[in-house]
Each structure stands twice: as C-alpha cells, then as structure tokens.
Design a protein around this ligand. Structure first.
Ligand code: FAD
Length: 495
C-alpha cells in the first residue's frame, strides 16, 4: 500500500490548546506539503484561565526554538518551584509539593525511609528541609539549575506562572509567522462525509466552508467536533472528583512574589493564588452540590491578596475525559478532550502530551485504526494516572469538618489508586511506573507509612543522622546562594 499523506489540517479553536497545536505542527511539518488553518471565534473567546504550569512546558518551548527570556517577557511569567498545599490533611497543615527530589536514594533506599526512621528517633525536621526546590520556594529565591550534575543546585526543576491569554497570543504570532492561516469566525455546522462519517468541512456563520483531511478539535468545553458532531462519549469521573465550578478573579499583587502556587483547601473545594508579574490570578474551585456560588464568591473575595481588578466570573466543568480522544479524522486536544480540575496544573501538560502523541502517530489518508488506537491508549494512560493523583489529594485526608470532606474521605476510589495508597501506607513503597504518587505529596496528605524499610536498621543510626544533617545543611547553603526570585525576574525584564 502506498503512503498517502494528508495535506490540509484544520484546528478548531484558538485558546492555549489551539495555538500550542498550531505552533508545534507548523514547526514540525514541512510547509511545502502541509497547509495548517486555525479557525477561532473572537465572539466566543477563550476560557481565559490556565496560568500555573508544569516543568515540561520548557521542553515544549525549547522544541519550538523559543528563547526562555523572550517567553518570560511576553507572558509576564514568574517562576514556579512547586505548589504549597494548605489545610489539606488537617486544617493548619502546610506542605510543599516541590519540583525536586526530596533527599536522594541512598544504598538503594528511598530517602523518605531515612526520614521516617529518624522521626521515630525523635527528629522533628520536615521533609521540605531536604528539598532544594521546597526551601528555595519558601525563601523566595531562584536561579536556573546548575548544569554541573554534581552540584546541589542541579537537583531541582521549575516551571512558570503565566498570563494564559498572552501565551496563546505569543504562540499565535509564532504560528502565523511560520505560515499558519488564521480564520476568524463562528463555526455553525460540522459537515460529515456520507460514506464513512469522517469530518469533511466546517461551515462558518458567514457561509464560508473550510475543508481538511485532518481536524483537531481545540474548541474547549464545547467540544464541537469530538462531541457535538462525532458523538464520542464522555467518561464522567465526578463521583471521584466532585468539584464542578470555579469562581475566578484577577487582583493586584500586594504581596511579595512567591515562586510557587498556593492551593488552600476550603470546606467544599480549594482556592488558588497564582502570582504573575503584574497581578495575581485567583480562583475558588468548589462542588456546587455542597456550596452555593454566592458562598464560594464570598470566600474568594474576602481572601484576595490585593484589590480585585476584574469582575469575578463563574466557570462550570465536569471531571472526566472522552472515551476516545482520537476518532476517525479528528483529534481532540485541550478541554474538548477532557478536564480533571486544575489542582496539580496538569491541563497544559495534557495538551502537550496530546500534541506529542499526534506528532508521534501522525496519520496519513488511511487513518490506520492501529495508530488511532495507540494514540487513544497513550492518552487514556495519562488521563488515568493524573486522575488518580488528583483523587489522592481529596481522599487522603483527616478532614471531617464538612459534608464535602466526609464524602471525599470515605468515597470508594479506583482500584489502582487504592493499591498504590496501600503500598505506600503499609511499607512506604512507591510504584515508579505510576505518575505522581510521590512521597512528598503522600506524606503531606497525612498518608504516613506504618513502617520504614527494615534495611535501615542494619545501618549505624549515628551515621544515618550525620548523613541527614549534612544533606540538610547542604540544601540550606545552596539555597542561601540563590538571588531573590524578584531580582531574577527583574533582570530578565531588563534584557
Ligand atoms: C477553573 C480553571 C482553572 C484552570 N487552571 C489551570 C492551570 O492552572 N493550569 C493548567 O495547565 N490548566 C488550567 N486550566 C485548564 C486550561 O485553562 C486549559 O487547558 C487551556 O486554557 C486550554 O483551553 P482550550 O484551548 O482547550 O479551550 P479554550 O481556551 O476555551 O478555547 C476554545 C477555543 O475554541 C473556540 N471556539 C469554540 N467554539 C467555537 C465555534 N463554534 N466556532 C469557532 N471557534 C470556536 C473559542 O473561540 C476558543 O478560541 C484551568 C481550567 C479551568 C476551567
């Protein structure tokens, strides 16, 4: 059989998902053979949130040849070294999920076992004290990691808080400059081929018809192609992730620049504070079954870190994902493919994975089913893993102060998550093939292993104590050499 390349690609939607996809495809595919068109509606607009990211975004930007400083300036970005969780396991608890290892594996034993043993010997240090990213975050200090792998300052990662609208605009400039055609207009009809049900074209409100071989659905929650047209079912996970609403508002930034996102648990959900250079992004995610919009708004507005600068708005969503994110000649990327609520800032990461897999299994006119199935399996894997990771935050808690927390604490959870939690609880072990069941988060959530690795008892405790003290001291010394994050950003802006 002869290869039969596709030629025309239409991306529906110009939010973060649409423009990330356009930028990546136009960068990877030869201009002479592929024609990329993006259709977006100014009247509909974008969801306008999505400001906290994971470290993988740097790889995405680098693959496009984007200069980091240029990106920071264009998106008014600040640095993120992790997420600070407040009041999750118990009211009053605080822990950091840092973008770095906590301690390091010694003699084949994960560091948290050493820490657990030392706790039984009366040690009162926190896990954070063994993490460069956690301690730098708390000290509000930052410099890019040292390239020398031996250095303590090589042992962390970072990402950004960004202005999401500015990022989409930045990628739009990039993609248009490289040849992506943009059409502004509202799609009113999706036209299917009569013989095989593939998408043939979309029709705009002005009557214009746009045809393509491959369609990428980046139309956000409306899921115009994958849902409304191809009717791929949605797998509803709201019984595990019952938050379904968020009230969001921007405010002045009257506080110092924190190089971390703050996620504070509330009685029916949680609240975020995300600092970017010129303002704060704020939101309160809640389960409408347990809290009214007005009550959620009141909590948000009385805890803002500065004067509100926009009108608050309420967003609705449902946790879950499409049964298939690729079907026939359509791939759904972004909110059209699913949403797992923003707790661990995983949506832009999922967009990136969707794009990577699209490039990896890029179709031709045959749209081989095996390639489509492989794409779907890969994306299901990411969705399932991230779903479990987020459920962990709600389920592993001692909170019993509201109906919402009583539900989350006692609900049944997916079997694979239950297995991982038992593994950690009974013997402190983690399954490294699974995303996100990290010791810092498990222990922060109050999931404390019942025993440490017994091999530690064969080591001299004074030596173990010495090694831990030394590690902690090295972390602190390394962090003390870093400049304030505010200074790092100012320097980038001056260049
Ligand atoms: C409350 C909340 C907080 C979040 N926080 C984070 C976070 O911190 N980190 C993170 O990674 N992600 C976060 N997300 C997710 C993130 O916002 C999205 O993943 C990201 O913005 C991508 O959205 P999108 O491009 O899929 O959809 P949208 O931004 O909604 O874009 C949809 C596009 O489709 C177009 N469109 C729709 N219908 C039509 C039509 N009929 N005709 C033409 N065009 C059409 C629209 O005009 C728009 O251009 C959050 C989401 C929510 C709801």
């Amino acid at each position: 059989m002869q290869a039969n390349p596709i030629k025309n690609i239409v991306i529906v939607g110009g939010g973060t998902a649409g423009w990330m996809t356009a930028a990546a495809l136009v960068n990877k595919l030869p201009k002479t053979r592929y024609c990329i068109t993006l259709v977006e509606s100014d009247a509909i607009g974008t969801v306008g949130v999505g400001e906290s990211t994971l470290p993988h975004i740097s790889q995405f930007n680098a693959s496009l040849g984007i200069n980091e400083n240029d990106f920071i300036r264009a998106t008014k970005a600040t640095i993120k070294l992790g997420i600070q969780f407040k009041d999750w396991a118990n009211i009053g608890d605080i822990y950091m999920h840092p973008f770095s290892e906590t301690g390091h594996v010694t003699q084949g034993i994960d560091f948290h076992h050493y820490w657990l043993k030392s706790q039984t010997m009366g040690d009162t240090t926190t896990l954070d004290e063994y993490s460069v990213a956690a301690m730098a975050a708390k000290a509000k200090r930052f410099a890019p990691p040292n390239k020398n792998r031996e250095s303590m300052l090589a042992a962390y990662n970072y990402s950004y808080h960004i202005d999401a609208t500015a990022y989409a605009k930045y990628l739009r400039d990039y993609a248009e400059h490289k040849g992506t055609k943009r059409i502004e207009g509202k799609i009113t009809t999706v036209n299917l081929k009569s013989d095989n049900g593939y998408i043939e074209s979309v029709t705009l409100a002005n009557g214009e018809k746009v045809s393509a071989d491959l369609f990428v659905d980046c139309s956000g929650f409306s899921a115009l192609l994958i849902d409304k047209s191809l009717q791929v079912p949605f797998i509803d996970w709201s019984h595990w992730l019952p938050t379904d609403s968020a009230v969001v508002v921007q405010s002045e930034r009257d506080i110092d620049l924190n190089p971390y996102t703050i996620a504070t648990a509330r009685s029916a959900g949680w609240q975020w504070q995300i600092p970017i250079q010129h303002r704060m992004g704020n939101g309160h995610v809640y389960a409408s079954q347990y809290m009214s919009d007005q009550a959620a708004l009141d909590i948000l507005m009385t805890t803002l870190p500065g004067k509100a600068t926009t009108e608050p708005r309420v967003l609705r969503f449902k946790a879950g994902c499409r049964k298939k994110t690729c079907h026939k000649n359509c791939v759904a990327i972004g909110l059209s493919s699913g949403f797992l609520e923003p707790l661990e800032s995983t949506s832009i990461f999922l967009i990136q994975m969707g794009i990577n897999k699209l490039i990896e299994y890029f179709p031709d006119q045959h749209f081989h089913q095996a390639g489509i199935d492989q794409y779907n399996q890969s994306m299901s894997y990411f969705y399932d893993q991230i779903r479990n990771f987020i459920i962990l935050h709600y389920h592993a808690t001692n909170r019993n102060d509201s109906e919402f927390w009583n539900y989350c604490r006692t609900m049944s959870i997916p079997d694979d998550l239950s297995r991982l939690m038992t593994l950690f609880k009974e013997c402190g072990r983690v399954d490294r093939t699974q995303f996100g069941i990290w010791s810092a988060v498990c222990i922060g959530q109050g999931l404390i292993p019942e025993q440490y690795d017994s091999r530690i008892d064969s080591l001299d405790y004074q030596q173990v104590k010495g090694f831990m003290t030394n590690y902690r001291t090295q972390v602190q010394r390394a962090v003390d050499t870093l400049p304030p994050v505010e200074m790092f950003i100012q320097n980038v802006m001056k260049q």
